[in-house]
Design a protein around this ligand. Structure first.
Ligand code: FAD
Length: 476
């Protein structure tokens, strides 16, 4: 795609007015992503003030065949929200109204530019719970979490965004506004079109509004930090906890010891919950209504776990401060890794039972490629999702692993394939994993994906080069 003519860009400026055009140094935050891996460049950056304005821009871009990249909170970790030269970067931050929260039907109607944390808080004000919870919730937007099908710490109980969206409105690549704002939990009327946009990473259109599910607020929660001898014990503990609590486990996170060391070293105000180090930890949350004595359930389960040698120690949070201190560790692991080096990071999933073997196989393989490199594993183990990051050997330069990047990544992905896993569990494909995806999907799947892209975005203007590898075919 060629660089758009300045006249065509001037018309976009007319549509949004001076308030909506981002220029000069103000552009920087939107062209730099969290891990500083993909520096961006845009033909123009605009923040439309309404869905109507947005549809006018897209119509104009379609007419002039101008490429578009949508951006939400810019917290994506695979470069999907970053433009690379000829695109108009569309920021959704001004389309952010939280319209209605209906406690009776347990639904929230919200604009795509609303920040996730604001939506959680608004739900709470109406005595409702919106369960999507991720480390970036103070910045990421509803449109972004829909478009990446975000997961987070409560997927085990409430599902990921695919499970939490009832309906959406989107601006299609020809500028039309599609009203798919369905409130229904049962709607068996043909293809479920919204699912194409959930996890679509902005390649099929721009999500502008959504109807989301919400839930009663859990009346009681018990948070536990358990110290375990190895990852197999963590998996067995998950099973035990689910059985004993009657399926009340809402979060179950695996944290390998090196994560705790990094948080203690790089994040101020962190404390080791235990007086001695253990190889692996499980951060567990069980929650329910008033009927169950959760503390009793937790204590009984931990006693059984101790007798079966699944745990070596455990602490039940006695109050909100202690609970926050446990989660503080989990939520700061990513930042603590950034503080130590330019890691090679993998967001992958395997069947839960295969996690210990995956960790073992990957550790051996990485050691062969880059002796001394440090695997740092953590993640939403209840969903089979592991963040498997590799840091340079102690004492080596921050960028030491860069020459090994592709080899390590391909090796880890090959091990994932052997365990029938996925090379992206929750961050998506974006720019970063396009080639890896193309190499792994079957020809039938890839052909279907290109056919869908061509049917909805025949000119290939929506976020080109993301999710699907650009081909002559899909940019015609
Ligand atoms: C500290 C941290 C912790 C994280 N933890 C998790 C986690 O636990 N679970 C998880 O799933 N993810 C996690 N993420 C990554 C996750 O992808 C994002 O935080 C979130 O889903 C992206 O939302 P965003 O609004 O920032 O989208 P952006 O980063 O702006 O965009 C992401 C993708 O969505 C597209 N997009 C954005 N808005 C729209 C729209 N309105 N319509 C169409 N396309 C759009 C973009 O083009 C891009 O392809 C984390 C990220 C960080 C930085």
């Amino acid at each position: 795609m060629t660089h758009p003519a300045s006249q065509a860009l001037a018309h976009i400026a007319d549509i949004v007015g001076s308030k909506g055009v981002i220029t000069g140094h103000d552009q920087e935050p939107f062209l730099t992503e969290w891990r500083n891996r993909w520096p961006g460049k845009a033909a123009m950056i605009v923040a439309p003030g309404s869905t109507y304005e947005l549809s006018q821009i897209v119509k104009h871009c379609a007419h002039h065949k101008i490429a578009i990249t949508p951006q939400g909170g810019n917290t994506g970790l695979v470069g999907g929200q970053i433009p690379f030269g000829h695109e108009v970067l569309i920021l959704m931050k001004r389309i952010k109204t939280i319209h209605t929260i209906c406690p009776d039907s347990n639904t929230i109607c919200v604009d795509a530019g609303a920040v996730l944390e604001d939506v959680q808080n608004a739900a709470q004000e109406h005595d409702r719970y919106f369960p999507l919870s991720i480390g970036s919730e103070g910045s990421c937007q509803i449109g972004g979490v829909i478009s990446t099908n975000a997961g987070g710490v409560n997927v085990l109980r409430y599902g990921n965004m695919r499970d939490l969206v009832l309906g959406i409105e989107a601006v299609l690549p020809n500028g039309e506004i599609w009203d798919g704002l369905n409130h229904l939990r049962k709607n068996n009327t043909g293809y479920d079109l919204k699912q194409l946009f959930i996890g679509g990473e902005g390649t099929l259109g721009i999500v502008t509004k959504a109807i989301l599910k919400c839930f009663p607020i859990p009346q009681q929660t018990q948070t536990i930090m358990a110290a375990c001898p190895d990852s197999q014990s963590v998996i067995s503990l998950l099973s035990l906890m689910q059985n004993e609590s009657g399926g009340q486990v809402s979060s179950f996170e695996l944290i390998m010891r090196p994560c705790i060391d990094l948080v203690l070293k790089n994040i101020r105000g962190s404390r080791d919950p235990f007086s001695v180090p253990y190889p692996v930890y499980a951060l567990i949350e069980i929650s329910s209504g008033q009927g169950l004595d959760l503390r009793n359930v937790a204590e009984g389960t931990l006693e059984k776990a101790l007798a079966q040698n699944l745990i070596q120690d455990a602490i039940l949070a006695d109050n909100e401060t202690q609970k926050k201190a446990f989660w503080h560790i989990r939520h700061h692991i990513s930042e603590a890794i950034n503080g130590d080096g330019r890691g090679i990071r993998h967001d992958v999933s395997v069947p839960i039972a295969a996690i210990p073997e995956f960790l073992e196989d990957a550790g051996v393989a990485v050691e062969k490629i880059a002796p001394g490199a440090r695997p740092i594993a953590f993640g939403h183990v209840g969903d089979g999702n592991i963040h498997y990051d590799i840091l340079q050997p102690i004492g080596a330069d921050r960028d030491y692993l860069e020459p090994f990047f592709r080899t390590i990544e391909n090796t880890v992905f090959d091990i994932i394939d052997r365990h029938h896993g996925a090379i992206s569990a929750e961050h998506g494909i974006g720019y970063h994993k396009c080639d890896a995806l193309a190499a792994r999907k079957s020809p039938i799947e890839i052909n279907l994906m290109y056919a869908i892209k061509k049917a909805i975005d025949p000119m290939g203007i929506m976020n080109p080069g993301k999710l699907l590898k650009p081909t002559k075919e899909n940019t015609k």
